[in-house]
Ligand binder design. Structure first.
Ligand SMILES: Cc1ncc(COP(=O)(O)O)c(C=O)c1O
Length: 348
């Protein structure tokens, strides 16, 4: 193993072990799922043998998560808000009629994933982290349409590079987003609120078209195409005067980064508002950004609306409020400041 931490990007680097754990169950006549989780274990084998009719393959019965493990300034290993990811995966599992992975199984699996791959935990100075990708898939062989009763929970670790390598946080490059009213990521009251693979496959028409034009895709609400939903695979944040604005929508993923930033924003005296946000309101904002585990906060300089022949330009990109919040969050993740909210779990 010889990894150049400084050249890592957000892509897969194979580690020694993944963690696996199976659920074997059955459904009662009323559809209720019953069964048992095995104990999680580490394995070097990265191939999952499964039946060709597995419900994950046939009907997309799968969910995933993404969280980061940090080597702090004090050398300690910190996992950021793993319980929040476990709770979100539980909601995804319930949404897709899958078995919920219990908290104790999640915790054990996270610890095994880290402890069996310590050589892959990037050093503090590099800005790289160990990313954990939990995955829950339906393995029951089934051709008739409907949910299965056997599942596999896997954690795939991978060291990943900083989103912005070797850049000063105050000089982050900005992203330009383009609106596409001809592709929706998720329907109102559909599965957009869950982290399930189908949402991502459904978004590719929008994201890949935007990339070909040199931009990223801003998804609007699918009913009216009037309100902001999400920035590709990240939540939207806007700053207007002393207010932190972020969309309320039944179709967006509740971001753990956004939730953390909202808490920090309130502590810094900002008013935090979560509501429907019209696209045209961007014209009244000083700053805007996409936020998520991978990028933390990624400033937005422009939003292009080709149908209306309008380009919204953010006057401060990157701006001081969002960059301050970014630093505040990263200081907690790297152990540079007190973790008042107990967001980090230290792995000894
Ligand atoms: C669609 C979507 N929205 C938002 C986010 C940001 O969520 P989080 O901050 O929990 O990473 C992600 C990434 O997980 C995502 O895939």
């Amino acid at each position: 193993m010889n990894i150049d931490w400084n050249t890592l990007r957000f892509s897969y680097t194979e580690t020694d072990y993944i963690v696996r754990c199976a659920f074997h169950g059955h459904r009662q006549k009323d559809g209720t799922l019953e069964g048992q989780w095995e104990a999680p274990y580490a394995t070097r084998d990265k191939i999952l043998p499964m039946h060709v009719c597995a419900t994950a393959l046939q009907y997309g019965q799968e969910a995933f998560e993404g969280l980061k493990v940090f080597r702090g300034v004090d050398g300690q290993i910190r996992v950021f808000r793993w319980q929040a990811n476990a709770e979100r995966m539980a909601r995804s599992a319930e949404g897709l009629y899958m078995a919920v992975v219990p908290m104790d199984v999640w915790e054990k699996a996270v610890r095994i994933a880290i402890e069996s791959n310590l050589n892959f935990l990037p050093p503090y100075e590099t800005g790289a982290t160990l990313y954990l990708r939990p995955l829950l898939i339906g393995t029951t062989p089934k051709l008739g349409v409907g949910p299965g009763w056997d599942f596999e929970f896997v954690i795939i670790p991978s060291p990943i590079g900083p989103y912005y390598p070797k850049l000063n946080a105050n000089r982050l490059p900005c992203q330009t987003f383009i609106v596409n009213r001809h592709v929706d990521r998720a329907a109102a009251y559909g599965t957009g609120q869950f982290k399930v693979g189908g949402n991502y496959a459904a978004s590719f028409r929008g994201t890949e078209t935007a990339h070909q034009q040199g931009y990223d895709c801003l998804f609007l609400d699918s009913r009216y195409h009037r309100y902001i939903d999400e920035c590709s695979a990240a939540n939207f944040i806007g700053i207007r005067d002393n207010e932190y604005l972020t969309p309320r929508s039944s179709a967006i993923l509740p971001s753990i980064t956004n939730d953390s930033l909202m808490t920090l924003a309130k502590e810094q005296g900002l008013k935090v508002t979560r509501r429907h946000i019209r696209l045209s309101e961007i014209a009244t904002m000083q700053e805007a950004a996409a936020c998520g585990t991978a990028c933390v906060i990624s400033p937005i300089d422009k939003v292009i609306d080709p149908d209306k022949h309008v380009t919204y330009t953010l006057p401060q990109a990157p701006g001081p409020v969002l960059m301050g919040l970014r630093t505040a969050l990263q200081d907690i993740q790297y152990g540079r400041t007190e973790d008042k909210h107990h967001w980090c779990t230290i792995i000894n």
